[in-house]
Design a protein around this ligand. Structure first.
Ligand code: HEC
Length: 245
């Protein structure tokens, strides 16, 4: 019993550590049935994220059906880069340019909610703060030295870090970030920004679901293909060898 408890503790604490690196995560309210929230999230995503991040596994047509948006409205309001409605969400920025500008390639976000979790994403989007030592003038408490600029600064405004001193076990004192505080307001109040980020994360979470379904479908197709090829090769082999005795 003791062993199990210890194992559970180790498992749990390592997960906590992996999740936040010491920063407490805030919870996002995920509701994939809330179509209005998903629609708002889609709008934020194409306006603020899709210039750098692709979401190749999500087709516009699929989004139109799932989010109950008429396809012509999707084409009018959510597609800016000359794609077709059956295309996935790609970007026109070339990877080598991205690396030159940001030092890293902004990852495809199709499955980001699955790898990071919705609470992580929600907290991340709220955790940018002014840090003049960084190339874009901002840092992120959840993702230190992040290569992404604070692209939502016009909505949220800018946050500054408020520090505090903590005494370590050996008696030395270290200055750490206590919390973040709005230093320059944006177009949204704190509550409005929280709501907007919740919608965006709701959408990112939805995005991981069809992508998963697509992958499973593709998996089956590959399996069936392999089976058919196996049969073909089997009969071919029989055919080749039947005269050689
Ligand atoms: C100007 C380009 C740009 C825009 C616009 C942008 N990002 Fe990023 N993003 C980046 C870059 C570059 C990174 C890689 C950061 C790193 O690894 O240091 C990144 C990283 C991320 C990550 C972390 C990925 C990981 O490693 O787990 C998330 C999540 C993310 N972005 C979400 C978003 C969302 C949501 C939006 C829209 C609100 C957005 N980004 C808009 C450039 C951008």
């Amino acid at each position: 019993m003791k062993k199990i408890t210890i194992a559970l503790f180790v498992l749990f604490s390592s997960q906590l550590f992996a999740a936040g690196g010491g920063v407490a995560l805030e919870s996002a309210r995920i509701d994939l049935n809330d179509k209005a929230s998903l629609q708002r999230g889609a709008k934020y995503f194409v306006n603020y994220c899709l210039s750098c991040h692709s979401a190749k596994q999500l087709r516009y047509s699929r989004m139109a059906t799932d989010l109950e948006i008429p396809p012509e409205l999707v084409e009018l309001n959510l597609m800016f880069t000359g794609e077709k409605i059956f295309d996935g969400m790609t970007i026109s920025m070339r990877p080598e340019d991205a690396v030159r500008w940001f030092g890293v390639n902004p990852p495809d976000l199709s499955l980001i909610a699955r790898s990071r979790g919705s609470d992580w994403l929600y907290t991340y989007l709220k955790s940018f703060y002014v840090d003049e030592s960084r190339p874009f003038g901002v840092n992120n408490i959840l993702f230190p030295k992040v290569g992404m600029p604070h692209v939502l600064a016009d909505l949220q405004g800018l946050q500054k870090a408020v520090y505090k001193d903590v005494e370590l076990e050996d008696g030395s004192v270290r200055t750490v970030i206590d919390h973040l505080e709005i230093s320059e307001p944006g177009r949204m109040s704190v509550e409005e920004y929280d709501e907007a980020m919740n919608d965006l994360v709701n959408f990112l979470t939805y995005m991981g679901e069809p992508a998963q379904l697509e992958r499973q479908k593709l998996g089956w197709k590959v399996l069936v293909f392999i089976l058919i090829m196996l049969l073909v090769f089997y009969f071919l082999k029989k055919e080749f060898w039947k005269d050689i005795h």
